[in-house]
Each structure stands twice: as C-alpha cells, then as structure tokens.
Design a binder for this molecule. Sequence first.
Ligand code: CA
Length: 225
Amino acid sequence: MDGIVLLIEDEEEIAELLRLVFEKEGFRLLHADSGEKGLDILTQRAPRAVLLDLGLPGMDGTEVCRRIRAKSNVPIIMLTARDDEVDTVVGLEIGADDYVTKPFSPREVVARVKAVLRRAEQVPAPPAAITVADFEIDSGRRQVRTPSGDIVEPTAREFDLLWHLAHNRGIVLSRSQLLEAVWGYDYFGESRTVDVHVRQLRKKLEGIPIETVWGVGYKLGGRAR
Ligand code: CA
C-alpha cells in the first residue's frame, strides 16, 4: 500500500517514530503539529488517511475531527493518551473510524491504517434490508426504521455491528468474532469496544433484541419476518 497519511500530533517524538515505520511501509507521512495546520494540509494534499491526536494544544482533537468530517470522508484514526479517553471518542460520535490508545506500537498503528484503507476500498454491497422484531435494518440507506416508524441513523461502525448481528441472527457471536468482522483486524484485549457500541445501539434503538450472552458475547434474537 502507499499514499499520503496525515499525522496531526504535537509530540515530536511520536511523529518521528511513526514516520520511520510508515515510510518503511511505503507511505508518505505528513506531520502537522496543530489542528489548524493539519486542516490546511488536508485541503492541499488530500491524504488517504488521518492520524489525529486527541490532546492537541489550541483546537483539540475532537474539534479537528468534526471539522474534517464536515468536508471529507477520509478515514480518521484517533490517538488517545489515556484509556478513559476512549469512551469520549466513541461516545461523542465525532466521526472517527478507529482509535489507538497510547502508548502504542507504531506497527499497530500501521496495521490500523491499512485496515481502514482496505475497508474504504471495498465495493459497497448491494442494498438489502433485514427486519428483526419490527426493526427494519436497511443496509442500502444504512439506517434503521424502528417499530414506531422513526428513522435512526447509527454511526458507521454501529451500523456495521448491527448488520453483522442481523446477518447472523440467532447465532451467538463472541466479542473477538465481532471485532474481527466489524473492525477487521486481530484485536487484543480491548473487547469493551464492542460493549460500548452495543450500549449505543441499545440506547438509540430502544427494544432492539441484542442479547448479552454472559461470558461469550452477543446475539440478535427476536422474531424474524
Ligand atoms: Ca498530544
């Protein structure tokens, strides 16, 4: 793989570390040490992916992420300093595609970038809909019609998770199976990513029959139509 990756990060050491690994993999890493500079580079150079530090001086990472999303669908991977910032990134729904918690291995970051690029390049599946317990899950529009007729648009990742569960309705899927299928890489440890997304889906789609199977994972139950 090749192409330009934009890194928005104020810590020079991290930038140097990532630059080495990305260039070894054939990417060109452009570094901006503030959100403002990053946004400038984004418009001039059209990178294939953005690595975005959450804790930036001046305009913080969440605001930078929102501004990028307002004008571009470029894959964004957030770099978060602390574990508890992960919930912030996911919970705020600022439109990031993935996140990595510091300290990270540069190779892991490269793997994440490759994974989002692979996903971005996949040809979209033909539109289809699955109805479960009167929730109509529409993969063409990537939205859900609730039993009361409301239209809900989950985030991209939430929708992918729901779609995968719906596709395997009645089957218990482990957290690692879900991570593999929806996030697309081998994932160690942070299975709560799935939990956080399930929680969001339950909140947005009240009554959606996503069942927790203790010690295993999740399944989508309910009557099919
Ligand atoms: Ca920082």
